[in-house]
Design a protein around this ligand. Structure first.
Ligand code: SF4
Length: 398
């Protein structure tokens, strides 16, 4: 049998829901023709979503960055400032609550509380803030933080990761956003985030969370110099945990942005590599329901293409984003444009909840929302001129 025939039979198996090995995934990732890879991934997506395969989803959310002070100094990060730096800022609770109010007012359903590893912020800080947010806006889903923050806050408070998770969940955290996964294998992780917990520990904390009923998404940062084999190993590590817990709702790869950080000038993943990753994730992660295309870091057209390479979701209109924007991600959009992008990609757009239920299916263009205030980065501090609506701009950070 020829090598192409081998690849073709593996693609056929994966397209119909059969499991592929990490070695087969690596072969496909390296060598399968791009269109054949995308077609197999799209077939797997359609099979999983038979009956609703014509729909692609998006969500309206807000990232709320509570501080940029961070002791972990990841080399790819353009967001953080060392704790004693004059560039450090924090947001107070009133400011955070005003951002929540604005999110609700604009139809957002989710907040992603995201910040640095502040040297003084233990479990108590998150308990206080999540409880206050839930008290004021019980309808907002707090889909936030990740294993790295749990590891850090537990250390600051002198408790176990399990206790930290129990306490912040009781205070209002609904699910973990899965940030901080970066690259899970040891070599690339140590190269870009030497002070972060190991990939094994990141997964261990996610597994504890899933066991406590706190589900999460999972992510991958592509393009900081990792090998193809390390990318596939990252997927294998996630799939193995998912076989035990079923707690990862989605997988979200995104590309490294090279500005304003210590890795500046090093490799970025190409857009073809990104599309291949979306496809291989759909085929290899047969136990993860949702694959998200990230238009924020790759652009809207690539986001549209991702919907033909296995993605079923186009992520969020982020009313505020400062982390990857600080590193150079400049793609912006609004609700009407995302709806249009999805429709022009041949799908019916639907606004979703954090747990992926369809909230509004836009099946008739005549009923499309015309609210042009639902704009990404309306209050971004990372992009010059990032406030699309000056009247909505909140307090400047100091
Ligand atoms: S990625 Fe997170 S943990 Fe790493 S330096 Fe940036 S803010 Fe800190």
């Amino acid at each position: 049998m020829t090598e192409n025939a081998d690849l073709s039979s593996v693609l056929d198996r994966a397209a119909t829901g059969g499991r592929i090995t990490p070695e087969e995934a690596l072969d496909l990732y390296r060598s399968a023709p791009l269109h054949a890879l995308g077609a197999a991934a799209d077939a797997a997506r359609r099979k999983r979503y038979a009956g609703t395969e014509h729909i692609a989803t998006y969500i309206i959310e807000r990232n709320i960055n509570y501080t940029n002070s961070c002791v972990t100094a990841c080399k790819f990060c353009a967001f953080y400032a060392p704790p004693k730096s004059e560039k450090v800022w924090t947001r107070d609770l009133d400011d955070i609550l005003r951002r929540c109010e604005e999110t609700v007012r604009l139809g957002g359903t989710q907040i992603m509380f995201q910040g640095g590893h502040h040297p003084d912020y233990g479990v108590e800080y998150y308990e206080e803030h999540f409880a206050a947010i839930k008290k004021a806006y019980p309808e907002l889903v707090i889909h936030s933080l990740g294993a790295s923050e749990v590891e850090h806050m537990a250390r600051i408070s002198g408790v176990t990761a399990e206790e930290a998770i129990r306490r912040i969940h009781a205070a209002g955290l609904d699910s973990f956003a899965g940030a901080g996964a970066e690259l899970l294998p040891a070599r690339p992780r140590t190269a870009i985030a030497p002070l972060k917990e190991s990939g094994e520990r990141w997964l261990e904390i996610m597994e504890i969370a899933h066991g406590l009923g706190v589900e999460s998404t999972s992510t991958m940062l592509m393009g900081t110099g990792e090998t193809n084999a390390e990318r596939i190993e990252h997927l294998r590590m996630i799939r193995d945990v998912q076989d035990r817990t079923g707690g990862f709702r989605a997988f979200i790869p995104y590309t490294y942005q090279p500005e304003n950080n210590h890795l500046r000038g090093q490799t970025q993943a190409t857009l073809f590599e990104y599309l291949r990753m979306i496809a291989i994730a759909r085929l290899f992660l047969d136990n993860v329901a949702h694959i998200q295309g990230s238009w924020l870091t790759t652009g809207k057209e690539v986001g549209q293409l991702s919907l033909h390479y296995g993605a079923d979701d186009l992520g969020s209109i982020m009313l505020e984003e400062n982390v990857v924007s600080s590193a150079g991600a400049k793609h912006r959009s609004n609700r009407m444009e995302i709806i249009d992008l999805i429709r022009k990609a041949g799908r019916v757009p639907a606004q979703r909840a954090t747990t992926y239920e369809h909230l509004v299916v836009h099946d008739d263009p005549a009923n499309d929302p015309v609210d042009d205030k639902v704009v990404s980065h309306l209050s971004s501090t990372a992009i010059e001129g990032g406030t699309a609506h000056p009247e909505l701009k909140l307090v400047e950070t100091s």
